[in-house]
Every structure is written in C-alpha cells, then in structure tokens.
Design a protein around this ligand. Structure first.
Ligand SMILES: O=C(O)c1ccccc1NCC(=O)[C@H](O)[C@H](O)COP(=O)(O)O
Length: 226
C-alpha cells in the first residue's frame, strides 16, 4: 500500500475490482453513493459484497463513506441496518444542526459538501467548520443537472487560498479532478484532502482501475515533491 500525506477519497465505487485497486493503491476513504438517481447508486447489500474480501487489517487505515442527499433518519436507518459506515457524506442542503444530529445519533464522522462557485460561497461553509468532521468543497452543479455532485465540474482551485477556519477542520478539494490535473489542483489549493469520482471512470458509474491507480500515484508524487 502506497499511503500519502494528502487524504484521498475515491467516490462512487460500484465494483470489487475498483474497490481493491483503491485500497491497494492507498486510498483513505472509499465512497459509496446512496442517491437513487445517480449512475453510481448502490444498495447497502451490494457494498457489503464489494468489501467482503478485503483483508481485515485495512480497516485500521481505510474508512467507508456513504454519500446521501438530504437523507431522513429512515433513509439512514435503512442503510445502517445492513451496513456499518464509518463516515456519512451529506451532499444536500443539510443544516449544521442536522449534521450534528447525524454525528451523534449514528456515531459516525460526517463530511459536509459545500458547493463553490465564488469566494462568497466559502462564507456559508463557516457555519459547518468545527461541527462536521470534514468539509468537502465541490463545484456547484451545472444548470439542469439532476444531481448535486459527481458532475465532473471544477471551480477555480486557488479560491481555496481564501479559506480560513480557526477550527482547522480537515477538508477535501473535489469537482472534476483527474489523474492529470490533481497535482496542479493540489499546488493551487493547498488542499489537505482530494476527492474524485468522474475523473477515474471510463463511463458514468464505471470505475477504471488504471485511472484510480494513476490518480493515487499522482497525489503521492505531488506529496513527495512538496
Ligand atoms: O456521484 C454522484 O452521482 C453524486 C450524486 C449526488 C450527490 C453527489 C454525487 N457525487 C459526489 C462525488 O462523487 C464527489 O464527492 C464530488 O462531487 C466529485 O465528483 P466528480 O466531479 O465527479 O469527481
């Protein structure tokens, strides 16, 4: 396992080979999408199958993330009855109070996604700093998109240099990253973590193991060079 300083989340995993590649290459977070309209949507039963053959010792280093959009407690219960997740990613309009409730009620870490187009969007994120365990800064969806994330769209990475947070909550840069762009994105944003979905796919919902390995190697190379 390679391992790197910058946290790496591979999101929208849908098959065993991609999961194994992500783990072997050194991903820190494995993301599974529980948003029915997504081409990456999975069931909790399917996630149980996908991770079943991973060596148990990896769970000291790797976290499972379930991605939801404005979930009710019933939505979360339906997944947690079958699958124990380490982290819940909230990609909708969840309030800080809702983030806090989910952390306490489900005993999980929470990643709160924040849509970014301009520096003004960073102001709204401050309400979640120190409440969510991690923030994830993602591009706002294009007009007419049928999902709030996973759209292969970027925002200006250097906007993140304007982010200041006394609580030092860890954060991910997301949105349209690829193996070819992630190094430059890391240099421009100084992100402590990076997240990718579309950029490691051959088609929506079909992860490409080679692209996953290249993405993680590119992050490690940038870490080594820094
Ligand atoms: O992936 C989806 O289909 C999705 C659906 C609903 C909300 C969020 C979704 N994806 C979020 C992500 O995969 C990432 O956290 C992030 O948006 C980066 O995606 P990408 O631009 O595809 O790399």
């Amino acid at each position: 396992m390679a391992g790197s300083q910058t946290l790496i989340k591979i999101c929208g995993l849908t098959d065993e080979e991609a999961v194994e590649t992500a783990v072997e290459a050194g991903a820190d977070f494995l993301g599974f999408v529980f948003f029915p309209k997504s081409p990456r949507a999975v069931t909790p039963e399917r996630v149980v199958e996908m991770v079943a053959d991973l060596p148990p010792e990896i769970w000291d280093e790797v976290k499972t993330v379930g991605l939801f959009v404005d979930p009710t407690d019933a939505d979360l219960d339906a997944v947690f009855r079958i699958l124990r997740l380490d982290v819940v990613q909230l990609h909708g309009d969840e309030t800080p109070e809702r983030v806090e409730h989910i952390r306490l009620e489900y005993g999980v870490e929470v990643i709160k996604a924040i849509g970014v187009a301009t520096a003004a969007d960073l102001d709204g994120a401050k309400a979640y700093a120190g409440i969510a365990d991690y923030l994830l800064f993602d591009a706002k969806p294009p007009a007419g998109a049928d999902r709030p994330g996973g759209n292969a769209v970027s925002f200006p990475w250097d906007l993140m240099l304007k982010w200041s947070d006394p609580s030092d909550t860890l954060w991910f840069l997301a949105g349209g990253l690829t193996p070819d762009t992630v190094g430059e994105a890391m240099r421009q944003s100084c992100a402590p973590g990076v997240d990718v979905s579309s950029g490691v796919e051959s088609a929506p919902g079909e992860k490409d193991p080679e692209l996953i390995a290249r993405f993680i190697a590119a992050v490690a190379a940038e870490d080594d060079a820094a």
